[in-house]
Design a protein around this ligand. Structure first.
Ligand code: GAL
Length: 138
């Protein structure tokens, strides 16, 4: 695993914060991940995982030391060396994902206590040009 970015927000990221990642997959990209994590217990509330070989975005949560049921999105707007922008924000019900400003999916919260989601990380095959975390009016 290659960590590209990690930030903690002790008061919680969900709901209220918007994460905007601008970047580009390298020419040999296989997969990358954006993880919204529960800092205390190593759980992942939302794992957003574009996989280039499958042309799918795999989403899941890792709680109580295991992966749950995958939610797969076949709308795959990524290509090697093509710049993209991903925006992820959440309300009380779901994470909402926009790519290049078009909504592609939402993911219903599985972690009950949203305040425990305090860390965001980006790993593996993506060259980040900027990552912005902003407070949204909520
Ligand atoms: C596994 C993979 C994990 C994660 C998970 C999502 O097969 O090893 O990194 O992507 O799927 O369900």
């Amino acid at each position: 695993m290659t960590l590209r970015f990690e930030a903690s927000c002790p008061d919680g990221l969900c709901p209220g914060w918007s994460v905007i990642l601008k970047g580009e997959p390298p020419s040999d990209a296989s997969k990358f991940e954006i993880n919204f994590m529960c800092d205390g217990d190593g759980g992942i509330a939302f794992h957003f995982n574009p996989r280039f070989a499958e042309s799918h975005i795999v989403c899941n949560s890792f709680t109580r030391s295991r992966w749950g049921q995958e939610e797969r999105c076949s709308n795959f707007p990524f290509a090697a060396e093509e710049p993209f922008q991903i925006e992820i924000h959440s309300d009380n019900e779901s994470f909402h994902v926009y790519i290049d400003e078009g909504k592609i999916m939402q993911y219903k919260h599985r972690v009950e206590d949203l305040k425990t989601i305090t860390k965001v990380q980006v790993v593996n095959d993506v060259n980040i040009s900027s990552l912005e975390i902003t407070k949204k009016p909520f």
